[in-house]
Write a protein that binds this ligand. Structure first.
Ligand code: SAH
Length: 349
């Protein structure tokens, strides 16, 4: 029989478990500390718990449900895990190192149902939502890759899947990550990236979660966005921007708009000019991401000159712009690529 996954509803499960054994409250706190701060890999390592309790924990719960199928490290310190889930299915998660910053990028679904044409994650559609425990498991597994003196500082929900299509599982996990007796990462250091689902953006605003929101725009007009981000035909730009403004009013957080720069598709100077017009007057950052090519897809990265022209127009138009450094290229760190290359190797090998 399969044991329940402790990382799903930690508090509810531990409260019940502790009550059944009439344990004092501090025992639950100790276990939580081991999970979040202690980076414990197994119950047996929770050394300030009586041996018997450690054994009982191991008989009552599983801590990890996934297996690390691949672990790759790039020269710049980026590490990426390909996880095989219980019952099959694979997801990816990444640890990025940048000066003192330690950022984890996590997935929320197996595959993705949004179908953005350039993205590896959505090529085969979505299989299922991850559970809260599976989302948290990525964070705790990656955290265990840090050296003892390294501190986790940021979380970005930018891995495989559409986070706002799985809010029910994502929010309890982010709450554990943000809590003082969890990982203590402040809400403004947690970013949720979405294709732009207006209803869910509004819901997030009303829940007053105050996470940073990044919206994957990729085109400055509906006609082009319909081509690149097919769900746009059901949820056009105007609706998304209204919802984004609503989020900004509620949260006070500067919005981020992501723009994957695709050669000869959305990288022309007039696209940059349209983007300036579209976003004018908003407290927003435009995060331009030069495309990371995906094997088998017909999209390319614009030349450095084209990127520079695009950037200059945005900046001259008064937008705050950041070009995302390409980290971990060699290990396929863009979302969905490791899983894809792994399955391609399996097919070809
Ligand atoms: N579904 C969410 C989050 C996942 S992807 C979203 O759409 O935002 C996180 C970001 O990486 C998105 O902006 C996505 O468009 C971008 N991305 C996906 N594949 C990429 C690639 N091959 N090169 C560069 N950026 C990519």
């Amino acid at each position: 029989m399969q044991l329940p996954h402790l990382l799903n509803d930690i508090d509810g499960q531990l409260a019940e478990w502790a009550a059944a054994r009439k344990l004092p409250k501090f025992r639950v706190k100790q276990i939580r500390r081991w999970l979040f701060e202690g980076r414990a890999g197994e119950f047996a390592a929770m050394s300030d718990l009586p041996q018997k309790l450690r054994e009982e924990l191991a008989e009552s719960f599983t801590l990890w449900t996934s297996t690390i199928t691949r672990h790759t490290t790039a020269d710049d310190g980026t590490e990426k895990l390909l996880l095989t889930l219980d019952g099959g299915g694979q997801i990816e998660c990444v640890l990025l190192r940048d000066k003192v910053r330690r950022t984890l990028c996590i997935s929320t679904q197996v595959g993705c149902g949004m179908g953005c044409v350039f993205c590896a994650s959505g090529l085969d559609g979505v299989d299922r939502n991850l559970t809260s425990g599976e989302i948290l498991e990525q964070v705790l597994l990656l955290q265990r890759l840090l050296d003892p003196q390294e501190r986790l500082s940021h979380i970005v929900v930018m891995g495989m899947g559409e986070p706002l299509a799985n809010l029910a599982a994502l929010l309890p996990t982010l709450d554990q990550i943000a809590r003082e007796d969890g990982l203590g990462i402040s809400h403004r250091r947690i970013t949720i990236s979405t294709v732009g689902l207006p209803k869910q953006i509004r819901k997030l605003a009303e829940l007053d979660t105050r996470y940073r929101l990044a919206i994957s725009l990729h085109a400055p007009n509906d006609e082009l966005r319909n081509q690149i981000v097919p769900v746009n035909s059901k949820m056009p730009l105007g609706e998304i921007l209204d919802a984004a403004d609503y989020y900004f009013e509620h949260s006070g957080r500067r919005l981020t708009f992501e723009y994957v720069l695709l050669s000869n598709l959305n990288d022309r100077p007039d696209h940059a000019q349209q983007l300036v017009k579209l976003l004018a007057g908003r407290t927003a950052l435009v995060n331009v991401i030069p495309y990371n090519p995906v094997a088998g897809l017909p999209y390319g990265t614009p030349s450095v000159e084209a990127q520079q022209v695009f950037r200059t127009i945005l900046e001259a138009g008064g937008l705050a712009v950041r070009f995302r450094h390409r980290k971990g290229d060699k290990i396929n760190a863009a979302c969905g690529q490791l899983r894809r290359s792994s399955s391609l190797t399996q097919i070809s090998g």
